[in-house]
Design a protein around this ligand. Structure first.
Ligand SMILES: NC(=O)c1ccc[n+]([C@@H]2O[C@H](COP(=O)([O-])OP(=O)(O)OC[C@H]3O[C@@H](n4cnc5c(N)ncnc54)[C@H](O)[C@@H]3O)[C@@H](O)[C@H]2O)c1
Length: 355
């Protein structure tokens, strides 16, 4: 269905975005337009292909918005100010790149006549119940707390609110995809600009653990590793985004989730096993801000309504991701090196500052 179509991917240089662009190219599109300010991405991930046109800019810039061709068929909006911790360190930058992006994009798109779908990347962490007790899978109609843990979580749900408003008022063909924790090839530690904390480098639990395990370092596990997450391979997320674009109900929302809970302790043990890391895990106290201890998504609505379900088994996906990290270690280190002045302890990995 995407064959011969003109598609915009906002945030298309990022982890999920670049994997999506690569998949879209397999569908023989007319054109894939990528707008990305490289705030948390590395340009190397954008495929060199004559059907891809890359614009290094923020989607909030008026000239960029007004130069978008108004005969777009599909839009995937994946731009974000990456990560909960970054958003707490700089809430205004989060607003600029996570909330304003959605508002300005949707406002610009509202009159595009050919649009079939606008797929918005939302986040399961916003909706999940804030608990460390045993919990049930989050469904699409679960209540959303008004007391969220970070500006990031607030921005992600505001994106849904704006999407719903533009759908109701202007018939914007929005579909919201709520991701659980994505892992897989293409997530580059340290990609992009410094965003206020070391989580610019250590940007998610899976790549952080893989990198440290490959360096035979103790994996830092907080709060005895009791927190749980629903890990979903990036290939599955890409399939889910395309299913939202092709089969999603206008105005609808779908969990993109495996439905399986994995504890952080299990994750650490699995990664240590596959990488043959001989160093024991290092336990540390719980993060004070994070109340979203145990969470996983209910995948049943997406299965029933858009025929989406995960196909990559976690153990195989993790082994394949570890292999990708080994192959791309030099790229990773060159991205991490950009932040050396904020994180001189990177020299323990042989990453040295510039002369
Ligand atoms: N990865 C996950 O586990 C996960 C989970 C839940 C939701 N999500 C959502 O999925 C989307 C993709 O996440 P990701 O993991 O690929 O993150 P990412 O940081 O790799 O990708 C986000 C991209 O947005 C770009 N960007 C930031 N501000 C921009 C702006 N103003 N204009 C244009 N581009 C801009 C960044 O440079 C980056 O390429 C995000 O919206 C994120 O909130 C991701």
């Amino acid at each position: 269905m995407l064959t011969g179509k003109k598609t915009l991917v906002v945030g298309g240089a990022g982890f999920v975005g670049s994997n999506l662009v690569k998949r879209l190219l397999l569908e023989d599109p007319e054109q894939v337009i990528v707008v990305d300010n490289l705030l948390s991405a590395d340009i190397s991930q954008v495929p060199m292909d004559k059907r891809v046109s890359f614009h290094h800019a923020s989607i909030t810039e008026d000239p960029v918005l007004y130069r978008l061709p108004n005969d777009l068929d599909y839009v995937f909006h994946l731009a974000t100010f990456h990560g909960n911790q970054s958003s707490m360190a700089d809430p205004l930058a989060d607003h600029q790149n996570n909330t304003l992006t959605s508002l300005k994009l949707f406002d610009r798109l509202k009159d595009f006549p050919n649009l079939k779908k606008v797929v918005y990347a939302s986040a399961g962490c916003t909706v999940a119940k804030k608990t460390f007790e045993d919990t049930t899978a989050t469904t699409e109609d679960s209540d959303v707390s008004l007391y969220l843990d970070s500006p990031y979580q607030i921005s992600k749900i505001i994106g849904e609110f704006y999407g719903n408003y533009y759908f109701m008022r202007h018939d914007l063909p929005i579909v919201k995809a709520r991701f659980q924790n994505v892992y897989g090839p293409g997530e580059i530690l340290g990609a992009g600009d410094w965003r206020g904390t070391v989580n610019t480098i250590w940007r998610n639990v899976t790549p952080t653990f893989i990198f440290k395990a490959l360096h035979e370092e103790a994996l830092p596990v907080e709060n005895q590793g009791i927190a749980t997450r629903d890990f979903i391979h990036v290939d599955d997320i890409v399939s889910g985004l395309i299913a939202c674009a092709t089969h999603g109900e206008l105005g609808g929302v779908y969990n993109l989730a495996s439905g399986e809970e994995t504890s952080i302790l299990e994750l650490a043990n699995l990664i240590n096993k596959v990488t043959k890391n001989p160093t024991p895990i290092a336990m540390s106290p719980a993060r004070s801000w994070d109340r979203s201890g145990k969470r996983f998504g209910d995948p049943s609505k997406a299965k029933q309504e858009i025929d989406f379900e995960c196909t990559v088994a976690f153990k195989e996906g993790l082994a394949q991701t570890i292999a990708w990290y080994k192959e791309n270690m030099d790229l990773m280190k060159s991205c991490m090196r950009q932040h050396y002045r904020y994180a001189p302890d990177l020299d323990q990995y042989g990453i040295m500052g510039y002369e």
